[in-house]
Design a protein around this ligand. Structure first.
Ligand SMILES: [Fe+2]
Length: 466
C-alpha cells in the first residue's frame, strides 16, 4: 500500500500538539543517516482526513501535518531545487504556507507578535503587493538559506503561536475562524503544488526518480464514451451559503445554458494516442492560433511527461517511468492540446457552467480518486456504466472553454486577501473537478481553478462536450 494512502487511512486519534513535531529531515547532521531517514519506509504520523469535521484547531493540526507528510519520502536536496519559474521548491511551499498564517492570522490578532524572522515577510510573500515587496519567483531555487531545518523550525514556531491563539478561544471568533479556514484551504492548494512541482523536478532528472512506488494494472479496459444530456435553460450556478468557498465562486447567479451533452468519462490515453497517430500535433487546422504557436515554440509532440523509448511512448508518474496505460485518463495536457483534441473528435470542451450543473448532481465521494486514495495518478474509469457520468471529481482537472473572469456582482475582499483570486482574472482558463493530488475536502462543484492555456504541469485532462 502506498505511503499517503497508509497515512490517510490511519485513525485520526492521538494527534500531536501543534508544537510537538520533531521532523526527521532536520534531525541528523550526518548526511548518510539523514538520507536514510528520509526514505519512504517510515510513515509514522497521522494525516488530514478532511476540513469538514472536527474543531478548527484539530483541522489546523491535521492539514499542517499533511504538508510535512508529503515530504517524508524526500531527501533534503529534493526540497530545495526549483525546476522552472512556474514551480517552487518544496521548502518554499513549506515556508510560504506558514508565512500566510503568520501574516494574516498572527500579526493582526496577537498583540506584540514578534515575527519569526524579519526577512521572511519578503522571502516568502508570493504575490501580495499590499503586504510588501516579494523576492522574485523565478529565483526561489537560488536560496540556499534559510535551510530546510530552519523552515521546519519556522513552521513549528508559528504552529505553537496558533495553538496558543486557539487555547485562548480564538477559534470561536468568526473573523479569525474565516481567515484560518482560508489559510487551511490555501495550504491544501500548496500541497497539490508540492506534488506537481516535485513531479516536474523529478522528470528533469534522467534517473526518473520514484517518489512513491505504485503498481499499474494494465489489464483494465475502459468502455466507450457515452453521452450524458446536460441541464439546459436558465439555471443557477455559483456558491451561496455559510460553508467555505473562495470569493471567486460567487455570487450565485443565473446563466442560460443551451442544449448539450457531456462525455460520460474522461478522454483516455488510447484516444489521445489515436489523435497523435492521426497527425494531431502536425495539423494546424486543429489548433487555435496561439496554441499552434505555443506547440511550435516548445516542440510539443505528446503530453508533458511522455517520453519515447525505442519508438514506444512511456509516461512519467510519481511512481517513475512506465509504459503508457491506454485505459487511464490522458493527463498533463494544456488547454491548447485539450481544445485541439476536442476539435479533432468533432466535439468541444465543456463550459464551466455545463460542468458545474453536471457536478451538482453527483457530489464528490470517498470513492473518487483524490489525494486520500493514494494513487497520485489518474485511474481508468470503472466498467460500471449504471452511474454516469464518471470521474467528475478527482483524477484530473478538467479544462473548460470558459475564460477565468468575474461572476456578475463579484467583489474581491478588501485588503491584501483581495489579491488571492481577483487579480488573476485575465488570460487564464477555468478548470474544474480537482485531481488525484487534490484533497477531497478541498473540492466542491462550484470550485474554480484557473491556469494559463499553455500550462501542462498540473494534473489536467479532458472531458468532451457537444
Ligand atoms: Fe500561496
Amino acid at each position: 500500500m502506498y505511503l499517503i494512502k497508509q497515512l490517510l487511512r490511519r485513525t485520526y486519534g492521538g494527534r500531536r500538539g501543534a508544537g510537538g513535531y520533531n521532523h526527521h529531515l532536520s534531525r541528523s547532521n550526518t548526511p548518510g543517516t539523514q538520507r536514510e531517514e528520509c526514505v519512504i519506509s517510515s510513515p509514522s504520523v497521522e494525516c488530514s482526513t478532511g476540513l469538514e469535521s472536527g474543531s478548527l484547531s484539530e483541522r489546523y493540526r491535521s492539514v499542517r501535518s499533511t504538508s510535512e507528510q508529503i515530504c517524508k519520502p524526500l531527501t533534503p536536496e529534493d526540497c530545495v531545487i526549483q525546476s522552472m519559474p512556474d514551480a517552487s521548491p518544496i521548502r518554499w511551499h513549506l515556508a510560504h504556507t506558514t508565512w500566510f498564517f503568520e501574516t494574516f492570522v498572527l500579526k493582526p490578532n496577537v498583540p506584540g507578535y514578534e515575527p519569526f524572522h524579519p526577512a521572511f515577510e519578503y522571502l516568502f510573500n508570493s504575490y501580495y503587493n499590499n503586504v510588501g515587496e516579494q523576492f522574485p519567483r523565478p529565483k526561489r531555487g537560488l536560496l540556499s538559506r534559510p535551510g530546510l531545518s530552519d523552515v521546519f523550525d519556522y513552521r513549528h514556531a508559528v504552529d505553537r503561536a496558533i495553538a496558543n491563539l486557539f487555547d485562548r478561544g480564538g477559534d470561536e471568533h468568526t473573523d479569525l475562524e474565516s481567515i484560518v479556514e482560508l489559510g487551511l484551504h490555501h495550504e491544501q492548494q500548496h500541497q497539490e503544488l508540492m506534488l506537481t512541482d516535485l513531479k516536474h523536478l523529478f522528470f528533469c532528472n534522467p534517473l526518473f526518480p520514484c517518489y512513491e512506488p505504485r503498481a499499474t494494472d494494465f489489464s483494465i479496459t475502459t468502455s466507450e464514451i457515452q453521452w450524458v444530456t446536460g441541464a439546459e435553460g436558465v439555471r443557477s450556478i455559483g456558491h451561496e451559503g455559510a460553508s467555505f468557498a473562495y470569493d471567486n465562486e460567487g455570487p450565485r447567479h443565473e446563466v442560460l445554458v443551451h442544449p448539450h451533452e457531456l462525455s460520460s468519462r474522461l478522454v483516455t490515453c488510447r484516444e489521445f494516442l489515436e489523435f497523435m497517430s492521426d497527425g494531431g500535433y502536425r495539423r494546424p487546422e486543429l489548433w487555435l492560433s496561439l496554441g499552434w504557436q505555443t506547440r511550435t515554440e516548445h516542440g510539443w509532440q505528446a503530453p508533458l511527461y511522455w517520453h519515447q523509448v525505442d519508438g514506444e511512448w512511456r509516461r512519467f508518474s510519481l511512481a517513475g517511468l512506465e509504459s503508457v496505460n491506454p485505459a487511464e485518463p490522458v493527463c498533463h495536457v494544456s488547454y491548447f492540446e485539450a481544445d485541439a483534441f476536442a476539435r479533432w473528435a468533432s466535439c468541444r470542451l465543456p463550459t464551466e457552467q455545463e460542468w458545474e450543473l453536471m457536478a451538482s448532481d453527483c457530489p464528490a465521494t470517498e470513492a473518487d480518486n483524490f489525494l486520500e486514495a493514494g494513487h497520485l495518478h489518474p485511474a481508468p474509469a470503472t466498467s460500471n456504466d449504471h452511474e454516469l457520468p464518471k470521474q467528475v471529481f478527482g483524477d484530473v482537472w478538467e479544462w473548460t472553454s470558459s475564460p477565468y473572469i468575474a461572476y456578475p456582482g463579484y467583489q474581491p475582499p478588501e485588503g491584501a486577501i483581495g489579491e488571492y483570486n481577483g487579480k488573476f482574472m485575465c488570460n487564464q482558463q477555468v478548470l474544474r473537478g480537482g485531481s488525484c493530488a487534490s484533497s477531497r475536502s478541498h473540492l466542491r462543484a462550484t470550485y474554480r481553478n484557473f491556469f494559463p492555456p499553455e500550462a501542462r504541469w498540473q494534473f489536467s485532462g479532458i472531458r468532451l462536450a457537444r
